[in-house]
Write a protein that binds this ligand. Sequence first.
Ligand code: NAP
Length: 256
Amino acid sequence: MDLKLKGKTALITGASGGIGSAVAEGLAAEGVHTCLNYNSNDKEVRRLQDLFRKKGLKSEIFKADISSNDDVQNMVDFAIEKLGHIDILINNAGISYHKKFLDMEMNDWDKVMDINLKSCFIASQLVARHMAKRGVGGKIVNNSSMVEGVARPNLTTYCVSKGGLGALARSLAVELAPYNIQVNNVNPGIIETKILGDKLENEPGFKQHLIDFIPMGRLGTAEECADLFVFLASQRSNYITGASYYIDGGVTISQL
Ligand code: NAP
């Protein structure tokens, strides 16, 4: 199936990490020109840029801490200047944050909200204004989580930030529909990336402990998530908006 993505342009936040990097590769495989954001680790985005340029695609790199409003503005301006325009925004960058609710301080709240939620609001607004002005539509796909609609202990700020992303996608979907801009969420379950922390490698039994909760009996991969992002960024999903798609091996529906 032709996804009709060839020649489109995408800005991807957190392209230096597991899922973001896989999304960038998935989009580039369909002929999409990319602007790759990173914050602290430029090794992976440099590898991707080299790979994509060798295929004849435009690929740019931009360092931005997305918790900074100015950095987000500069990142969007840079992407528009270098790629000419933005057809697709992938709000992927995010952090996990484990702490007991009773021990939390306002800094904990601010940090997670700024990175996981506020950045998506600002980037989406800047890119949507650009898309609306161009008048040819566009796609915004957020990396939410299976916790968008359920609770997990010691993850309050993370759960609230991802719940907020659900509300953001639905609200923007309604307001941006007249501009032919579709806004959707991908809600991964437990995916084998660095966000799961050192315990995965260092603590025997931890991986199996996670797997025990998953009906499909394995962790998900970044590439599996990327396929869903690519579909939601493509012209094959044009009548889908304001939706959150779980990609979790059945874990969310199976919890008692
Ligand atoms: P990851 O490998 O740790 O990647 C996280 C990415 O976010 C990295 O590229 C990192 O950039 C970027 N990032 C973090 N803070 C940033 C900041 N302040 N400014 C800009 N970029 C920042 O983990 P991942 O699993 O791929 O996570 C990607 C997204 O998937 C997150 O939104 C996460 O909540 C979501 N998710 C993951 C899972 C899972 O099980 N893996 C499940 C549900 C949802 P640098 O490395 O350059 O700092």
